[in-house]
Design a protein around this ligand. Structure first.
Ligand SMILES: [Zn+2]
Length: 489
């Protein structure tokens, strides 16, 4: 996500793949994955959904229960773990508080009624008991029927005057790691999401006057008297989101064999916005490794922060008014297709690993695209200046400052502290690595890291291992000193 914070300033085309290569990449990556199938009927800010999950246990442990996130319940009245902090409350709810939630109506396991309970402070997890334990590589089928109420909230999940943002709306499997299910609650800091790559077949029925931008690609369309059904698929992605509007205009172009679409309203520079998405896909494909999907949708949306990344689809906030800032958000969210979308990591615990690298990737973009008029060295210097100002202010106010980056998002003292450490100091870490091992060597590290870990989930150790292997230097203690807040910048 790109945060929208005052004085947080961070603010060719050699394609490495061809259609056949990318199609082969996706075909291989999508083999033997859990599959989500959804039939969604949208009307008047509600969804009625039939969901089928063909689950494949990819973990090394037996499972006798499965856990799903129910993020919409964090938007409900009285929720403990709210998605919106008091700092942003008025902007997020321009018409006063509006509740969102998910009502699970029934759940079946392999076609029979399942035993399930809601857990978590906000009933924001669904625990389903399995009749027989599911062994590694074994399968089971979970079916659910549910309805979703979308709140009037300018957030990832919510609607405003121009768009209906439908993300984090469906039960999605928690990640099982190191012998436990990771069930961190929602948090207003950062992007509190973590999931595994899966395949999606999603059909959306909606009033025909609306236009939908979504993760994945269209496989068919059926037009009825008053409604349209869009049949979509998305293979080897870690989430599925869509945005609805009756105001969308669309411009499209190509980045290699990827169709890039820009869905917008009120943009005098629509073609420049589209071009930024195309340039970003091309630059990051040639620098880090090929973007393998058929589509990429840049979507203007009612959203209180700068932008938000989902697989194949990014929100760009209509509250970002300056053109250069708007293009910067497009570049940032596009970089997340590599660092989040393809190389996944736990954003609760390792915010710097995707946000720091994503913000640093913007500097890489500007270095490769001089026409954008942002000088790499000046950008990194202003990033450092911002960081120093943050440290000075916090030290004066609090007497001292914790600059460690290896904290859970809930353990930062404020949103600003999280932003300056995960994004700003995170970007400075990658720039500093480039000074230690050389810029071109760092690009080799990042492309090797991408190639080895795309479609998987990583930890900081995976990055450090790749860094040491490519640079042929001991780098662990150096990186750890940054993460632990021991380096004085
Ligand atoms: Zn971000």
């Amino acid at each position: 996500m790109k945060k929208f914070i005052m004085f947080f300033l961070i603010c060719v085309v050699i394609l490495t793949g061809c259609a056949t290569t990318n199609q082969k990449t996706i075909k291989k990556a999508s083999k033997n994955l859990t599959e989500y199938s959804m039939d969604i009927v949208y009307d008047n800010y509600t969804l009625n959904v039939n969901q089928n999950v063909n689950y494949i246990n990819k973990d090394s442990a037996m499972h006798d229960k499965l856990y799903f996130h129910l993020y919409p319940n964090n938007f409900d009245a009285g929720a403990t773990n709210k998605p919106v902090s008091s700092l942003h409350y008025d902007r997020a709810y321009p018409n006063g508080f509006s509740a969102g939630n998910i009502q699970i109506e029934s759940v079946q396991l392999n076609g029979n009624d399942a035993k399930y309970v809601f857990v978590g402070a906000d009933n924001d997890f669904l625990e389903i008991a399995l009749d027989d334990s599911v062994a590694p590589d074994d399968k089971c089928t979970i079916s659910m029927q549910y309805s979703v109420t979308i709140p009037n909230c300018l957030h990832r999940f919510g609607y405003g005057d121009n768009t209906i943002n439908v993300a984090n709306f469906y039960p999605i499997l928690c990640v099982y790691e190191e012998g436990k299910w990771l069930m961190e609650p929602y948090h207003s800091n950062g992007d509190p999401f973590y999931s595994c790559v899966a395949n999606y077949n999603v059909n959306i029925t909606y009033p025909s006057n609306l236009i939908i931008a979504h993760t994945g690609y269209d496989t068919n369309t059926s037009v009825g008297e008053t409604t349209t059904t869009l049949f979509t698929s998305a293979l080897a992605v870690r989430d599925y989101a869509f945005v609805i509007s009756d105001k969308f205009q669309v411009v499209s172009g190509k980045a290699g064999d990827t169709q890039v679409n820009y869905f917008y309203y009120d943009d005098d520079h629509a073609l420049d916005s589209l071009q930024a998405g195309i340039d970003a896909i091309n630059t990051f494909s040639s620098t880090f490794g090929s973007y393998p999907y058929q589509t990429f949708n840049v979507v203007k949306a009612n959203f209180i922060h700068g932008g938000m990344e989902f697989p194949n689809l990014v929100y760009i906030s209509d509250a970002v008014r300056e053109k250069a800032d708007y293009l910067n958000v497009i570049i940032h969210e596009t970089a997340h297709q590599w660092w989040y979308g393809l190389v996944g990591s736990d954003a609760y615990r390792f915010g710097w690993l995707d946000e720091g690298l994503t913000d640093y990737s913007c500097a890489v973009f500007y270095k490769a695209n001089e026409s954008y008029g942002v000088d790499y060295d000046k950008l990194m210097q202003s990033t450092m200046d911002n960081y120093h100002t943050f440290v000075d202010i916090y030290t004066k106010v609090l007497g001292n400052i914790d600059t460690s980056m290896n904290r859970n998002i809930a353990d930062y003292n404020s949103e600003a502290e999280y932003v300056y450490l995960a994004y700003v100091k995170g970007a400075l870490l990658f720039d500093n690595i480039s000074q230690v091992i050389g810029y071109n060597k760092l690009m080799k590290v990042l492309s090797a890291y991408f190639e080895k870990y795309k479609f998987t989930n990583v930890t900081p150790d995976n990055f450090i291992d790749t860094l040491e292997k490519i640079s042929k230097r001991e780098m662990r203690s150096y990186v750890n000193s940054w993460l632990e807040g021991k380096v004085k910048l």
